[in-house]
Design a protein around this ligand. Structure first.
Ligand SMILES: [Zn+2]
Length: 409
């Protein structure tokens, strides 16, 4: 790193994140279910036998009394699980708080040391990841593969000549010495902004007085431009653009939607490789991605290659690119209420696919990402996206960056 000048160095204790990373979210429910079922069967048998042998009820009646003792226990256990531990539910979010607190500490330490403001999402991805892939230069000539524990952290501002590198020190295995994350920042002479990156624009403030519109999805036989707003099908992307992969699964994310928005195309991807096993509801999880494409030189994306998925399965349940596709149009929301809008869409052969503009209609609490304005929400219904139970994805942009998250009921 001889080209790095003016180094600033700071170390942050990230042991809590390391523990959460290695232990994963603790899930006591398999043990609870097994115990509850064993107990329920035991209670059922014991009560039935007692009622039959000692209280001289006939066999059927004894069984019913036994069931009446055992079943409520199971109902309580399963109902508690359904309410508290569903995906994207309050407890899943609480488990995520460990990483957010560690990220806050990293951001605060960087700020205090005079480094440029780091991108919070990048810091979160670094903290959650076990490694940054294999270390290049290891694993050759029969040598062992070593994980790379260095990350180039993205900065909140674009076009900066500063780079910040995070390095994980301490032991990577559980039970090792406490983990610390060392941040090094320096100026790279001659560094330029990412080629092709859109120039930062003055952020337009969100015009909340603008009326919301209903996004209607419809099928059309007439050819539409590749950049038309749509759900499913193939996205329109810049040449040499790389399909985003899930940080958890390392599989291509599924293209959800692209939405024409103020002269740009906001394109949304959510991992559906194995829904529920990655935090695709979280805007910062690395299990979803949103892009702002501008310019006219967009091409229809090719189907991405799945590195681990079953190559023999010609029809995976959650392909990254849906064969089915519906175009999106907007209808202004009237005072008459949703039923009237739905009826009008029905008459036009369309279904409600979401909302465009206006204020987001949150299913849970407001989670608008800092600095971004609401673009649209997308319902899971029309093409069967997996956003949890009756979930809805929310898309945000500031004209340069975009983000997506989802909530469910
Ligand atoms: Zn995933």
């Amino acid at each position: 790193m001889s080209d790095v000048q003016q180094e600033i160095l700071v170390e942050v204790d990230t042991e809590a994140a390391a523990r959460a990373r290695w232990n994963g979210p603790r899930n006591p429910w398999p043990a609870v279910f097994v115990t509850a079922w064993i107990l329920a069967v035991f209670v059922f048998v014991a009560v039935s036998v007692y009622e039959n042998a000692w209280r001289h009820h006939d066999v059927a009646t004894s069984f019913w009394i036994g069931a009446a003792w055992a079943v409520p226990l199971l109902i309580v256990v399963h109902a508690t699980h359904a309410v508290c531990f569903r995906r994207g539910g309050p407890l899943a979010r609480r488990q995520d708080a460990v990483f957010r607190r560690a990220a806050d500490r990293v951001l605060a330490a960087a700020r205090a040391a005079g480094m440029p403001e780091l991108d919070e999402g990048g810091v979160l991805r670094m903290l959650r990841a076990r490694d940054n892939g294999p270390d290049p230069g290891t694993g050759e000539r029969g040598g062992p593969d070593r994980p790379l524990l260095r990350w180039d952290l993205p900065l909140a501002g674009r076009g900066s000549r500063t780079i910040v590198v995070a390095e994980r020190i301490g032991t990577a295995e559980p039970g090792g010495s406490p983990e610390r994350t060392r941040l090094t920042s320096g100026t790279r002479p001659g560094a330029v902004a990412h080629p092709g990156a859109a120039r930062p624009v003055t952020r337009r403030t969100h015009d909340s007085s603008a009326g919301a519109a209903v996004l209607g999805a419809y099928r059309s036989d007439s050819p539409a431009p590749i950049t038309a707003s749509r759900i499913g099908g193939a996205p329109a992307v810049p040449r040499d653009w790389e399909w985003p992969t899930c940080a958890e699964h390392d599989e291509p994310m599924q293209f959800t939607a692209q939405i024409e928005h103020r002269g740009t195309l906001v394109s949304v991807f959510v991992c559906q490789f194995d829904p529920g096993s990655c935090d695709s509801w979280d805007a910062d999880s690395g299990a979803n991605a949103a892009f702002v494409f501008s310019g006219r030189d967009l091409v229809s994306a090719d189907r991405p290659v799945s590195p681990h998925g079953d190559p023999d399965d010609p029809d995976p349940a959650y392909p990254p690119l849906l064969a089915d596709s519906m175009l999106l149009g907007t209808a202004p929301v009237t005072d008459a209420g949703d039923d009237t809008v739905s009826a009008a869409l029905d008459a036009a052969g369309a279904v409600v696919a979401g909302q465009y503009g206006g204020e987001p209609d949150w299913l849970q609490e407001d989670e608008t990402p800092a600095g971004l304005a609401f673009v649209a929400s997308i319902e899971s219904g029309p093409l069967g996206f997996d956003f949890g139970d009756a979930g809805r994805a929310y898309v945000f942009s500031d004209g340069v960056r975009a983000a997506v998250l989802w909530q469910c009921t």
